[in-house]
Design a protein around this ligand. Structure first.
Ligand SMILES: [Zn+2]
Length: 260
């Protein structure tokens, strides 16, 4: 009897070894890349007294800290932890090289009109509306500061929406997941952080283009709105914004893993 049991056990183990799909592991969100927009010689946009790169970094570090403190088994990788310049292409490369499961890019918005305020979360798009194209143009323009711009971004004309359409192919496979996460971000930014949510939008943002995973770019507020500029400098409000993004990540992870 013992022998028969032993034979069955050996057979079962052998079967598992030759057919890994039998015990294929469920999908788990285990690596997240947090990307603080801009940095170093690229200050990003600005308000009266604030540079985008500084607020983005503060919030990005807090988001990572919350995830590390509250969710076990998730590896947090930052594209930058200090005030340094990182090329857009390299930001996506960091995420791809680390097989990240989610890419979160954190930015601040700007507009000529100082009355506009609120948060917007972007996923990659095929088509650009004029308004969203302005965001893409501004966020992508950092490319011009990169040394090897012409080599790396062949044929890209920042002024022409049609040259951005090529961008969307890699990301299209992940768009549903990206939107799932982006929706949660906007919901939490309203609920948890008391921000005015302007919703989930689509635009051709270069930093998202090359990422081979779900990704979103969060504009956490308008530095060109004096009230919002003041709020974005408030450490407590930065904490709430980071906490909202953390909660969106936590809920996203729970939801996609429940589909296993
Ligand atoms: Zn930006």
């Amino acid at each position: 009897m013992k022998n028969i049991r032993y034979i069955f056990l050996v057979a079962a183990i052998t079967l598992l070894k030759i057919n890994p799909s039998i015990y294929a592991q469920d999908y788990v969100v285990k690596t997240v890349v947090i990307d603080a927009g801009h940095g170093g010689k690229d200050p990003g946009t600005h308000g009266k007294y604030t540079n985008e790169k500084d607020i983005a970094l503060k919030v990005a570090l807090k988001v990572g800290q919350y995830i590390e403190e509250h969710i076990e088994g998730v590896k947090v990788i930052y594209t930058r932890k200090t005030d340094v310049f990182v090329e857009l292409m390299d930001r996506a490369k960091i995420a791809n090289d680390n097989n990240a499961d989610l890419f979160i890019s954190i930015h601040c918005n700007a507009l000529g009109k100082s009355t506009v305020k609120g948060t917007e979360t972007y996923v990659m798009a095929v088509k650009n509306t004029d308004r969203n194209f302005e965001v893409a143009k501004r966020e992508n323009s950092v490319i011009l500061l990169e040394d090897n711009y012409e080599e790396n971004y062949q044929g890209l004309d920042l002024e022409k929406p049609e040259s951005y359409i090529l961008f969307s192919l890699t990301q299209s496979a992940y768009q549903a997941s990206s939107i799932l996460f982006a929706d949660k971000v906007e919901e939490q930014l309203g609920k948890r952080a008391g921000r005015k949510s302007l919703g989930v939008k689509q635009s051709s943002l270069y930093v998202l283009w090359n990422t081979a995973m779900p990704s979103a770019l969060i504009e956490i507020g308008y530095l060109t709105n004096p009230g919002e500029e003041k709020e974005l400098n408030d450490e407590k409000i930065q904490d709430y914004i980071a906490s909202a993004i953390f909660r969106a990540f936590r809920d996203y992870k729970t939801e996609v893993e429940s589909l296993n």
